[in-house]
Design a protein around this ligand. Structure first.
Ligand SMILES: *Cc1c(COP(=O)(O)O)cnc(C)c1O
Length: 384
């Protein structure tokens, strides 16, 4: 084990106060079991039941979103949000290459192509200045729509993502979207509990999405939500994710091709119990950051990613950045951590480097390529 890898493992252990820890695990110590029992006792275990509405109301009141539609997972939420934003087959959708595969997959489900843009180092989110410059130089507008100069395809939306819970340059990105006439769909899958200038992430764009997968801040087992402040879009999201069935006492009439993306009542029951604890989860993750920051300040060559000005992060995953001089030690650190029983992970392989997205249109990605190699996420559960 190198000195750095050893110091890395010791810094984590000094904070977590135990030998081993997963990267992220749920905390199910509130009303989870009581609410699940209620589902079983009342026979409401599937797609109808009172917890779904209650969960949606809890999301609205916490985030300040006018509407929230609970769905089966975050990827499904993105798929439908993109459709509602007007993304059509043959379009291109701007998004960071530095993201989880779901962002690019959902764009592909719409028959559109991801068009990758670069991130900036302070938040690891889309660089609004680079985005603006890229759109100026590589697109043109015609009939109120934006087109890619080199492919001739329409660009219909941009999907910024709040990486590891750090709010990105969202107001600036919305301004760029407005200027070029494209919709913003926020991938806030990782940032429930994160705020930019007193406003919750996922509520800045025309639509936003959350994920409640097992590794996220709040879990429903599997689940997601579509956020929007437009009632019409909220209604459309509910309709499209519930098979597009027209309400009627007995007739089965559907007015378009819909999706069965409903969140079952048992998942929503779990979600209600989790939402009750969310403020506590965020507080404990924020204090974990402070403790890690102190411990890692004694480790040369590494920095903990903190929140940028005017932001309040949920610190979903604590993020260590390796200096360029020590980035060659990344795998040594990862294998030492794994051997020590600590859940440490590198960032995702950038999307433009995956075989099936290799030919997608792309802006220059120097920051993505430099930083993706230098990120390590360390144990981040709320119980720590
Ligand atoms: C978790 C996640 C999603 C959605 O994931 P699901 O597992 O489908 O709920 C989308 N985007 C990002 C960036 C994520 O981290």
């Amino acid at each position: 084990m190198s000195d750095l890898a050893q110091a890395f493992v010791e810094a984590i252990r000094s904070v977590i106060g135990c030998e081993e820890a997963a990267l992220h695990e749920p905390l199910l110590e509130g009303n989870e079991l009581a609410y699940l029992t209620e589902c079983v006792d009342t026979n409401y275990v599937s797609s109808v039941g009172p917890f779904v509405t209650r969960f949606e109301e809890m999301i609205c009141s916490y985030t300040g979103s006018e509407r929230a539609v609970a769905v089966s997972n975050g990827t499904a939420a993105l798929h439908v949000a993109l459709q509602l934003a007007g993304v059509r087959p043959g379009d291109e959708v701007l998004m960071p290459s530095f993201t989880f595969a779901a962002t690019a997959n959902a764009v592909t489900y719409c028959g559109a192509a991801p068009h990758f843009v670069d991130i900036e180092p302070r938040t690891l989110g889309v660089d609004s200045v680079a985005l603006d410059a890229w759109l100026r130089s590589s697109t043109y507008s015609r009939g109120g729509e934006l087109y890619n100069r080199s492919t001739g395809r329409r660009i219909s939306a941009v999907v910024p993502m709040h990486a590891f819970g750090q709010p990105c340059e969202i107001t600036e990105i919305v301004a760029v979207g407005d200027e070029f006439g494209i919709c913003v769909v926020e991938d806030a899958a990782e940032s429930l509990g994160s705020w930019y200038a007193e406003r919750h992430t996922g509520t800045f764009g025309l639509l936003g999405i959350l994920s409640f997968n097992g590794n996220k801040v709040v879990t429903t087992g599997g689940g997601g939500a579509i956020l929007t402040n437009e009632d019409q879009l909220g209604d459309a999201a509910k309709h499209l994710t519930t098979t597009a069935k027209i309400a009627h006492p007995w007739e089965f009439v559907h007015d378009q091709v819909g999706y069965n993306y409903r969140m079952p009542n048992i998942n929503a029951a779990l979600g209600c119990a989790q939402m009750e604890r969310l403020p506590e989860f965020v507080d404990s993750k924020r204090s974990l950051f402070v403790r890690y920051a102190t411990a890692f300040s004694h480790v040369p060559g590494v920095t903990l990613l903190g929140e940028a000005p005017r932001r309040r992060s949920n610190y979903w995953l604590q993020t260590v950045l390796l200096d360029e001089e020590v980035q060659s030690e990344r795998n040594t650190i990862l294998s030492a951590s794994q051997a020590a029983g600590l859940g440490c992970r590198p960032a995702w392989r950038p999307m433009h480097q995956l075989q099936h997205f290799r030919t997608c249109p792309s802006a220059p990605l120097p920051v993505t390529e430099a930083l993706a190699q230098r990120v390590i996420n360390i144990p981040s559960s709320a119980r720590l």
